[in-house]
Design a protein around this ligand. Structure first.
Ligand code: NAP
Length: 270
């Protein structure tokens, strides 16, 4: 089954979700109805986006068309949520609202979109290269065929985890904020390499390959993180010397707190 899809807010993440679906011909550009806020974004998408989707500026006369679409992907920033006003959706029981907004609860979504069954989705930026992680919390009873359709939107470019809504904040902290934390770690370790005299590019390449290799090793050998740590930490050696510094600087605690903080921030949007 296929539906017309309205995309309310066609920014970075919405494009990351929709583009692979168009590339793989899972949906047709003519079935996508997008909404943006500014004239600049409207022109930019009209002139530069690879696929000829229907695109409108919010509050324009034509933008009313988006409310005819049975499936709506809500992908504005949480701060922009209050500006959106549901407009003339048909009153059938078939309308679906899929929100990717950080934090905004199913209860809040259902109040704002009373003629819709609401679903909350959390996805992350590696979805652009087909390696995303997507958490889905289903709202009210959603028929199997509609659930399958929503899964189809995400399963090509991410692994899907069906979760209860309470776990979405911590899922978001780990998976959505996580890439920024990892990028910062890569940058800092590379600066360590730079301090030892390596060129920036080489240092970064070494760090990224080291991280990839470590993850593959852990997975392939089915090792726990402590087993791996013990394997490469010899008495009086270089690694224990490095780990001692990290313990002194409370890196472990800083990382734990960073995830808790991101999760709490997500809860504040409720
Ligand atoms: N970035 C991430 O890594 C990430 C990951 C997971 C989830 N998310 C969630 O995804 C959502 C969008 O993030 P993003 O990074 O894609 O933001 P973004 O690039 O800024 O996109 C926001 C889009 O919403 C449009 N918009 C703003 N006000 C609007 C209105 N009143 N009516 C219709 N459209 C409007 C903007 O149009 P203009 O360009 O004209 O302003 C833009 O197209 C956020 O809620 C975030 O929590 C983000």
């Amino acid at each position: 089954m296929t539906y017309k899809i309205a995309v309310i807010g066609f920014g970075n993440i919405a494009k990351a979700i929709i583009t692979p679906l168009l590339e793989k011909k899972i949906i047709n550009p003519s079935d996508i109805y997008c909404l943006v806020n500014s004239k600049k974004s409207l022109e930019n998408i009209k002139n530069n986006y690879k696929y000829k989707v229907n695109i409108f500026q919010a509050n324009s006369k034509e933008s009313k068309l988006i409310w005819d679409c049975q499936v709506k992907l809500l992908s504005v920033k949480p701060q922009q949520f209050n500006v959106i006003i549901e407009g003339n959706t048909n009153k059938t029981n078939e309308n679906l609202l899929v929100s990717i907004l950080a934090g905004v609860s199913l209860e809040k979504l259902s109040k704002k979109f009373p003629n819709h069954k609401c679903v909350r989705v959390v996805t992350n930026i590696p979805i652009i290269v087909g390696q995303g992680l997507t958490g889905i919390a289903w709202g009210a009873e959603i028929p199997k065929n509609q659930k399958q359709f929503i899964m189809k939107l995400f399963e090509n470019s991410s692994q899907i985890y069906e979760l209860i809504e309470d776990y979405l904040d911590i899922f978001l902290a780990l998976t959505s904020s996580g890439p920024a934390i990892i990028a910062l770690i890569i940058e800092a370790l590379s600066d360590g390499g730079l301090s030892g005299g390596l060129q920036k590019k080489l240092a970064e390449e070494l760090v990224m390959e080291m991280i990839l290799g470590t993850i593959n090793f852990l997975k392939e050998k089915n090792l726990t993180t402590s087993e791996l740590k013990n394997m490469v930490t010899s008495p009086g050696g270089t690694t224990i010397s490095a780990l001692r510094v990290l313990e002194k600087k409370s890196l472990r605690s800083a990382l734990i707190e960073s995830i808790v903080s991101a999760s709490n921030r997500s809860k504040e949007f409720r």
